[in-house]
Write a protein that binds this ligand. Structure first.
Ligand code: SF4
Length: 123
């Protein structure tokens, strides 16, 4: 029976989770150490399909700033983070851009978009 130790990062409490394979439960896992239901969901996802929200910046032209902060619309699989960064680094954005604009739709077929997290006007 496989067992995993993880720290829940959903909130600042940082509960220490023990996730154990459990064929009797619907999810296939039993989670212990969580102080709330979000920890159970996080623990199971962490051992089945771990994801992370990616926050970074992309090059932009025509603005006072050279880089635009961007963020993924949701968590993307951890094993695709590096490839995502490569895609974002190829962007050639031009001001103006509004916060919330999608700068890459459905990155790497993950169903997740890359979104501008602030507005940048033309200089
Ligand atoms: S289990 Fe709940 S209380 Fe504990 S860190 Fe996760 S979200 Fe916070």
């Amino acid at each position: 029976m496989k067992q995993y130790e993880k720290v829940c990062i959903v909130c600042p409490v940082g509960c220490r989770l023990t996730i154990t394979e459990d064929s009797d439960s619907d999810s296939g896992y039993k989670v212990e150490g969580n102080n709330c239901p979000r920890g159970e969901k996080y623990g199971i996802k962490e051992v089945t399909n771990p994801t992370r929200v990616l926050t970074t910046t992309a090059k932009i032209k025509g603005s006072h700033y050279e880089r635009l902060p961007v963020v993924t619309s949701d968590g993307i699989p951890k094993d695709k983070l590096f490839q995502c960064m490569k895609e974002i680094n190829t962007l050639k954005l031009e001001a103006p851009i509004n916060a919330g604009d999608i700068v890459i739709k459905n990155i790497l077929d993950t169903g997740i978009d890359i979104i501008a997290s602030r507005s940048m006007s033309k200089e």
